[in-house]
Design a binder for this molecule. Structure first.
Ligand code: CA
Length: 431
């Protein structure tokens, strides 16, 4: 089994923020002290000063810290409005944890959402709230129950207003999920940790309750700010690659893809290479590499598909497609219908006459099966002493032997009139 290295998948990946202080012109914000302080120090944010770029840059330590910051409660960001931070990873990852370092106090309610693949919808990954039921309609729950392990949990653990700065949040994707101990045998949890996109939804600010008086400076002292977002993850390669390659597209976006081994292909090595469908695709586990195996088409095709029935019957699931040289069969091992194997293993057409043959399929010598009164390798003529070549075969002429010319019955193949001796007459030479 191959495993890509563990990394911070968010590092230097630009997140998108739906609200950033300074983006809509300079806005005043005040520093939060504790409740009851009447004099506040305030400043205004400059364009770019608190860009979402600072969410995933290097600096999150206390000194030399950089951070993203939203506008304030005065600008209307409080619940039911929200601020979203979105991270496009560029491909699927197996997420181990998401860690958020807040610069502001941690929110009263926020949530992490994910997409399992880029085409899918957002689904909840984890809720953090001091009011799980009121804000998210779910009960506070620290651990998942068996059978419901892919449900987002809600915790109040990180929702206190203190500390006023530097509060951490850690979401471990498998924590509290019983099947984490048998992860290799749990397709549900394997999908649960899979994400191509992550979203942090900041839903409700924590306050001291003093905002109800509407004091401008108080409102301006409530805002969201995050110093760092880290995503501990491995590039998802289903156990078939140990290297994940980054590609910068001309438009500046980043895509990544696994460097697949074991004859697999796809950005996540999620399928077999084109000619390697003889065994079913499978995720590699510590005990089974699940290598994709080449099809056997006897050199008559370079395309095949996996056929489950065939695999269960024979142990080889590769069904060849478009066999060359008039061949057919799962391994191109025989001639196509209505062909036969001539000398040198070459498949030749039977060319059975459709009017005179019982079937268009010939035998191994290329001989067709004729209808009554029909003859020829291809069943294309009436037999001697027969006439009228039709779908029913040929009719016997019934010539009288002693009346026939040279005592040999023979007739006109179209009309059926017999060929008689001199002085003998009649259609059948009986007169
Ligand atoms: Ca930072």
């Amino acid at each position: 089994r191959c495993i890509p290295e563990f990394e911070n998948a968010a590092f230097m990946v630009q997140m998108e923020a739906t609200n950033t202080c300074g983006d809509n012109g300079m806005k005043v914000y005040c520093i939060q002290t504790s409740y009851g302080t009447s004099t506040r120090s305030c400043d205004s944010c400059q364009p770019g000063q608190f860009s979402s770029y600072y969410l995933t840059d290097l600096h999150y330590e206390q000194d030399n810290q950089t951070w993203w910051q939203s506008e304030t409660m005065k600008e209307g960001i409080q619940y039911p409005n929200q601020v979203n931070l979105t991270l496009h990873l560029g491909k699927a990852y197996d997420i181990t944890y998401v860690r958020i370092v807040f610069y502001s106090p941690r929110p009263q309610s926020f949530a992490i959402y994910k997409k399992t693949s880029e085409e899918r919808v957002w689904e909840p990954f984890q809720y953090f709230s001091a009011s799980c039921r009121d804000t998210y309609g779910v009960q506070e729950q620290r651990a998942a129950e068996l059978g419901a392990e892919t449900r987002a949990l809600c915790t109040s653990e990180y929702s206190d207003i203190s500390p006023l700065s530097g509060g951490n949040v850690l979401f471990s994707t498998l924590e509290g999920r019983p099947s984490a101990f048998t992860f290799d045998n749990s397709p549900e949890l394997q999908e649960w940790v899979t994400a191509t996109d992550l979203r942090i939804s900041l839903d409700r600010l924590n306050t001291f309750g003093d905002e109800i008086f509407g004091d401008v400076q108080v409102l301006q002292s409530y805002w969201y700010a995050i110093a760092d977002v880290a995503v501990g993850a491995r590039c998802k390669c289903n156990g078939h690659a140990s290297v994940c390659e980054t590609q910068e597209l001309p438009d500046g976006t980043r895509t990544r893809a696994c460097r697949c081994e074991h004859n697999t292909a796809g950005r996540e090595c999620e399928r077999c290479l084109d000619f390697y469908n003889d065994a079913p695709w499978g995720r590699a586990s510590p005990t089974n590499v699940h290598e994709c195996k080449a099809c056997n088409c006897n050199g008559f095709s370079n395309k095949c598909e996996f056929d489950k029935d065939l695999y269960e019957r024979t142990g080889h699931g590769g069904r060849c497609i478009d066999c060359a040289e008039n061949r057919d069969g799962a391994n191109c091992e025989r001639c196509k219908e209505n062909f036969f194997q001539g000398s040198g293993d070459i498949c030749l057409p039977c060319n059975c006459n459709p009017t005179g043959s019982r079937s268009l399929q010939c035998n191994a010598e290329g001989k067709c099966q004729c209808k009554p009164g029909v003859t020829g390798d291809k069943c294309d003529v009436c037999a001697p002493n027969h006439y009228e070549f039709t779908n029913q075969g040929c009719k016997p002429c019934g010539c009288n032997e002693s009346g026939s010319y040279a005592n040999t019955p023979q007739c006109d193949p179209q009309t059926g009139v017999c060929l008689c001796k001199q002085n003998v007459e009649g259609r059948r030479c009986r007169e």
